[in-house]
Design a protein around this ligand. Structure first.
Ligand code: SF4
Length: 571
């Protein structure tokens, strides 16, 4: 029987609750957002005791549906000051689902840094003093040696301890690499509760009960086959997300030099194609890697040095765009080391990459100076003034350094797509309740709609609206966006297979509109929370420089009418 596990850090107690009706039909992002709406005052201090931190596997978590083990981490964000869901791979989503845990709700604040272990026998609390001062890689090694290789973990690094607003929550993969719930500064919410680490071991747990296994098997087979036929999935299975570098570069949408250009002359040197060349000559390097069991796409990588020592796994497109092109850093080894140090101190590479570019624009360090950028990231762990500034993200860095061009929406750095060239994505960045976020509904040109013009100023609102609903549903189901996008592109056939999987799991008869309805409902919850937190239409705008500056004379600016932007929230 599924349950809500409520952990109070003030009293170091844990109780299992029957799932209330208001939470029953949700999972993942939909559930974290609903819990926020019903249990967290929208005007609370994100780092105060009234805020809660929620971990929730998706509706399909723990099932055989491919790529269905994502985990949603939710809280009121100290970065955006609004509702936040940060989505991650790793092993925890499936382990929690197999333990029958629909969500963990962390409440209160412990008196001292605390570690928690959950297994089939219950919840145990212990002092986290042994993890004090450690980076996330050392924490992972220590927890693995203490708890064995059946466990998975979540932790924060020094950035979360310090309450920095770019702080992330780090998770382990089944083969003990790190994955990151990066966005929104939720690592600092975990730190504000004095929760340092969580270990989950599902040994001896039951499999998730599937009401109609035959129906599930049939739908999974069709879904998997359909996804693997997608044109872009083939690229992802060879180059991973770094394949996107040359796509955005060709489109002129690769953020370059703090969004002053849309193409980077060093793009090839940070591309998936070049990464493949490098890794085939390096021991232990892997161009394909899966961040969780049940993934059929394997879009990640393991990046090693010439001696075969791990630098980081994996380097994703967003990091290449924002730490690489946007800072004019064209060397993969340097980007990999910056990525590793971001993981180790526990910060979002997008937020920090964008902050570094803003700092370069201010003249704090030269453009393209990867070594100085790395040393600034290392200063985060030392807690120096500059380190705290960079670790607090793009907006704080830009404001402190007096920079006019600060690429953020609702306080969160844009992810790696220039909104002047991809205007539908720009509408998503502007209007998503999550702030500018790469998982909120990217609107990209592609074969399913050859007539779509991403640069047109009209017609972007409905595209963004559809994609935002779609991604809200995908995140609620616990699907990875890398499978969510090809399913979306495939059209109604595969959509019905996804609905068939949910029907097979729950035994309900769901109609064809289920996914659309689910996405709408989740977005409505999130908008209600943000409205009550004080957000209005003025917060749904891109920074002015995107409306005023183009990459070159005659090149587009972001000129989607405000009426069309505001219409995204209608219906
Ligand atoms: S497609 Fe990539 S991000 Fe998604 S589950 Fe697989 S490895 Fe992880």
């Amino acid at each position: 029987m599924a349950r809500i596990l409520r952990i109070n850090l003030s009293s170091l107690t844990a109780i299992n609750e029957e799932v209330p009706d208001s939470y029953r039909k949700l999972g993942g992002r939909g559930l974290t957002s609903r819990i926020m709406e019903l249990e967290v005052p929208p005007d609370c201090d994100p780092l105060g005791v009234e805020n809660k931190l929620v971990f929730a596997p998706g509706i399909l978590g723990g099932t055989p549906v491919p790529c269905s083990g994502r985990l949603s981490v939710g809280a009121k964000s100290p970065l955006t000051k609004g509702i936040k869901e940060s989505n991650t791979g790793g092993a925890m989503g499936q382990k929690l689902a197999r333990l029958g845990i629909k969500a963990i709700v962390f409440e209160g604040k412990a008196e001292e840094p605390t570690s928690i272990k959950i297994d089939k026998d219950g919840v145990r609390f212990s002092s986290a003093s042994g993890l004090a001062g450690l980076g996330c890689y050392a924490i992972l090694d220590k927890l693995k040696s203490e708890h064995g290789n059946k466990m998975c973990m979540a932790c924060i690094g020094p950035a979360g301890d310090m309450g920095l607003t770019a702080a992330a929550v780090l998770f382990s993969t089944p083969d003990f690499h790190l994955r990151v719930a990066a966005r929104g500064g939720l690592g600092s919410v975990m730190g504000s509760k004095n929760l340092k680490s969580l270990v989950v071991d599902d040994t001896g747990s039951n499999q998730v009960e599937i009401k109609d296994p035959k129906k599930m098997k049939e739908n999974v087979a069709i879904l998997s086959k359909g996804v693997l036929q997608n044109h872009f999935v083939g690229e992802l299975r060879r180059f991973g997300t770094p394949a996107i570098v040359m796509i955005t570069q060709t489109a002129g949408a690769l953020p370059t030099k703090n969004y002053s250009m849309g193409q980077f002359e060093g793009a090839k040197s940070i591309s998936g194609e070049h990464m493949e060349e490098i890794l085939k000559n390096r021991p232990n390097g892997q161009m394909v890697h899966r961040c969780m069991d049940g993934c059929i796409i394997h879009c990640s990588n393991v990046y090693t040095d010439e001696n075969g020592e791990l630098i980081v796994s994996g380097i994703e497109y967003e990091t290449l765009a924002l730490v690489g092109a946007n800072c004019l850093i064209g060397d993969l080894d340097t980007i990999a080391r910056i990525n590793r140090h971001c993981n180790d101190v526990g910060v979002d590479t997008m937020e920090v990459g964008s902050a570094l570019a803003v700092a370069m624009e201010a003249g704090l360090l030269p453009w393209g100076d990867g070594e100085t950028a790395l040393s600034l990231v290392q200063e985060i762990a030392k807690g120096t003034e500059k380190g705290r500034m960079i670790g607090s993200g793009t907006k704080t860095t830009g404001e402190k350094l007096g920079v006019r061009r600060i690429p953020n929406v609702k306080g969160q750095a844009l992810s790696g797509y220039d909104p002047r060239i991809l205007k539908g994505t720009g509408v998503t960045f502007a209007t998503s309740p999550m702030g500018a976020d790469h998982t909120a509904g990217l609107v990209l040109p592609g074969p399913p709609d050859p007539s779509y013009n991403p640069v047109a100023s009209k017609g972007q609102g409905p595209k963004s609206q559809f994609l935002q609903r779609w991604m809200a549903a995908v995140d609620t189901l616990g699907l990875c966006m890398m499978i969510g996008m090809p399913i979306m592109e495939a059209g109604p056939g595969l959509h019905l297979n996804v609905i068939g999987c949910v029907s097979a799991l729950t035994g309900e008869n769901l109609d064809d509109e289920y996914l659309d309805r689910l996405g709408r409902e989740v977005l409505k919850i999130e908008r209600r929370f943000n409205k009550a937190a004080g957000f209005g239409p003025a917060d749904d705008r891109l920074p002015k420089f995107f409306l005023e500056e183009s990459h070159a004379p005659g090149a587009p600016v972001f000129d989607v009418p405000e009426s069309e932007i505001d219409s995204v929230h209608e219906a």
